[in-house]
Structures are given as structure tokens and as C-alpha cells.
Design a protein around this ligand. Structure first.
Ligand code: HEC
Length: 360
């Protein structure tokens, strides 16, 4: 049989397909699968080797078979090989199945008897590919009608909302992996010990020269007190480190040197230094920073408890005045991810019976 795709295309093509399939199906993170898993490289190598071996065997067998052909068979083979695809038997058969067209010799049977200036018309049947496509559209319409207009599966608005919800989840997922997307608006305070340790390393490498290893200050201001020149809180600190301080003061913009995720780490570390009070620290500069976030409070009161939630960054001291009907024994407070939650249970209210006095 004539080989439609020559060997120098076939081998690399098949290899590329297998390679892409492996990369597609094997989850290997940000590295290509064949680098991450050496087994994949070995497999690909063996696959290529076998592919070449098969090609060699086939071509050798072809040569041997050719050698034992008679002259007549050789001639016939040459003829079929010279034939284009469109002349081949299987192509013609395929065409007949799809179009049901009559061969030219039989056209006389379906010729209509009118004749317009020598133009004659054939009464061909509709091509099956077209007819079945048409039936397909009818079937589609029926299913569509029943599903969406009778059962009312979902409408465009619901579809839009589901897709938007899915997209939002995908964006959240993406943001989790793409740590460098943080900016001064979206940055959050990291409190995990591992993150702070990384922040500390960055600080000691880049910042200690001016702010001292303990943050007590030198050329740069003291970072451990509650006074800030350019604003405290994770967002301002992130912004200062990214964009630098006031012109000519010596604090450069670090956005060219550190990645946003690294700035987040070091900024969180700087904030964790609050109140550490290192020995002979530099005198305070700037003003006391009050976190606006402290106002982000939320209070729910239900039948038997008061729940107080508060978002806060950095250190804080909070005092609450309790109303009279609370049960002070079971007050419970929790501080996690910058949110303070205080739950204050109320005392069981005692129903006082009505006592009626009749004076006459
Ligand atoms: C060349 C010295 C120098 C280096 C290095 C340096 N800083 Fe600064 N830093 C300063 C100076 C000076 C200021 C005061 C800027 C101003 O007054 O505008 C400052 C200000 C700051 C502030 C604001 C303080 C406030 O009170 O508002 C923060 C936060 C800060 N630096 C963090 C860092 C971090 C984190 C690094 C390391 C990535 C770093 N700095 C590296 C000199 C430096």
C-alpha cells in the first residue's frame, strides 16, 4: 500500500503527539513532566527507540516482499502507487456513502426531461450527510424544547450567574497560587511563623544595614515602636517598602529588587517587631498610627449571646463594658487571621410571675 505520510514526518509526529499527551495528562506543577519525573524521559526515549526499530523492520520487510514479486506484480504495484488519493477505490466508496451520487455512466437514468439552452438538470437525491444533519437539528430542537421550555432546566441568567461564580472561585484559586499578585490594596498580614522567618531573612539581608537587625533603627527610623512617618499597618508598610520613602531620605523603592510576595513577607515581619523594644533603639519619628481597620466591627446579638467581631492588624488592647445580664464566666475570645471574635453569653432571663393585688 502506498504510504500517505512519509516516514520522516510520521516518526516525529507520533512522537510529538505522545509527548504532548504525557505533558497534558501528567500533573507536574510548573516544571515539564519529563524533567520532574525521570521515568517519563526514560519512557519517551524507549518509545522513540521502538518507533525507529519498527520503521526499520517494516522497510526491510517491504524490500524483501518487493524482491520476491513477479514482474507483473511489480508493474501493478507501481500503478497503484502512482494513483492519487481521489482515484483510489476506498475514496470513491466513501464519497458514494456520503453523497449517494450516481456514477457518470448512470446519469442518464436521473436526467429530468427539460432543457434550458442546453443546460440539463439531474434529479439527484439529497446527499445523506445533509439529510442526517437536518434530522439531527430537528432532534436537537425537540430535546432543547423539552429541557428548557417545558422542564425549565436553567435560563440564561442562571447560566451566567453559575459561570460567574465558577470564575470567581477560579480567580481565588489563581490568586492563592500567584502570590505575586498582591499589591498595597490586597496585601494581608502574614502571621505564620514560617512566613515571619522568611521575612526575617529578607530583612537581615536587605534592611538591617539601615534599620538594624533588631529593627531598632539607625540611618532609617525605628520600626519597633508605634510611631510611623509614612503610616503603619500592613498596607502602608507594604506601600513604603514597594515605592520607597520620601525623596532624598535614603529609603529606596524595593519593587525592582524584591518580588511582591517577598515584600509581603518582610512587611509582615516588620509589623511583627511592634513593641519588641530593643535596647538603645532610635527615638521615635512620626506619629502614632491608629489602624482604621479597628472600626471594622460587627456585632450580633441573639437570644442568649452577644457576638462581637473585629478586624485588626498589629497589636491591640481592647476593653469592653458588659451589660448587666451577661454571664462573665463563659466569655470566650479568639483572634485568628486578624479577626477578633468575642462571644459573651447572656444570663438566662428569669421570668417573673405576675402578682396581682386587688385593692378595694
Ligand atoms: C539605605 C538605608 C535603608 C535601607 C537599606 C532600608 N531602609 Fe527603610 N528607611 C530608610 C529611611 C531613611 C527611611 C525614612 C524614609 C522617610 O523618612 O521618608 C526608611 C523608612 C522605612 C519604613 C517606614 C517607616 C515609617 O516610620 O514610616 C519602613 C517600613 C522601612 N523603611 C522598611 C524597610 C525595609 C523592609 C527594608 C528592606 C527591604 C528597608 N527599609 C531598607 C532607610 C533604609
Amino acid at each position: 500500500m502506498k504510504k500517505i505520510i512519509p516516514v520522516y514526518v510520521r516518526v516525529p509526529l507520533l512522537f510529538a503527539l505522545v509527548f504532548m499527551a504525557l505533558e497534558y495528562f501528567i500533573d507536574s506543577g510548573d516544571k515539564p513532566a519529563f524533567i520532574k519525573y525521570p521515568m517519563v524521559s526514560i519512557f519517551l526515549f524507549v518509545f522513540l527507540f521502538i518507533q525507529i526499530a519498527i520503521e526499520i523492520v517494516i522497510s526491510a520487510m517491504d524490500k524483501i516482499t518487493y524482491a520476491i514479486l513477479t514482474d507483473e506484480q511489480k508493474k501493478k504495484l507501481a500503478e497503484t502507487e502512482a494513483m492519487g488519493i481521489q482515484e483510489s477505490e476506498w475514496y470513491k466508496k466513501l464519497k458514494r456513502i456520503f453523497t449517494k451520487s450516481r456514477p457518470i455512466e448512470e446519469e442518464g437514468e436521473i436526467m429530468l426531461d427539460h432543457n434550458y439552452d442546453g443546460i440539463k438538470e439531474l434529479d439527484n437525491v439529497l446527499p445523506p450527510w445533509w439529510v442526517y444533519l437536518f434530522y439531527g437539528t430537528i432532534l436537537f430542537a425537540v430535546i432543547y424544547l423539552v429541557r428548557f421550555h417545558i422542564y425549565g432546566d436553567y435560563n440564561q441568567k442562571e447560566e451566567f450567574e453559575t459561570e460567574m461564580a465558577e470564575a470567581r472561585i477560579a480567580v481565588e484559586e489563581y490568586k492563592k497560587t500567584a502570590k505575586d499578585l498582591v499589591d498595597a490594596e490586597t496585601v494581608t498580614l502574614l502571621t505564620d511563623a514560617g512566613d515571619l522567618a522568611q521575612g526575617k531573612t529578607i530583612f537581615e539581608t536587605n534592611c538591617a544595614a539601615c534599620h538594624r537587625a533588631d529593627g531598632g533603627g539607625g540611618i532609617g527610623p525605628n520600626l519597633t515602636d508605634e510611631f510611623w512617618i509614612l503610616g503603619g499597618g500592613i498596607k502602608n508598610v507594604f506601600h513604603t517598602i514597594t515605592e520607597g520613602g520620601r525623596d532624598g531620605k535614603g529609603m529606596v523603592a524595593w519593587k525592582g529588587t524584591l518580588k511582591p510576595s517577598e515584600i509581603q513577607l518582610v512587611a509582615s515581619y516588620v509589623i511583627s517587631l511592634q513593641g519588641t523594644n530593643p535596647a538603645d533603639a532610635k527615638a521615635p519619628d512620626g506619629e502614632i498610627w491608629k489602624e482604621e481597620g479597628a472600626e471594622k466591627t460587627e456585632e450580633n446579638t441573639d437570644q442568649n449571646k452577644v457576638i462581637h467581631k473585629e478586624r485588626y492588624e498589629g497589636k491591640m488592647v481592647r476593653s469592653f463594658s458588659l451589660s448587666e445580664n451577661v454571664n462573665p464566666k463563659d466569655i470566650y475570645a479568639e483572634f485568628e487571621d486578624g479577626v477578633l471574635v468575642v462571644v459573651v453569653p447572656k444570663l438566662e432571663t428569669q421570668q417573673v410571675e405576675d402578682h396581682r393585688i386587688t385593692i378595694s
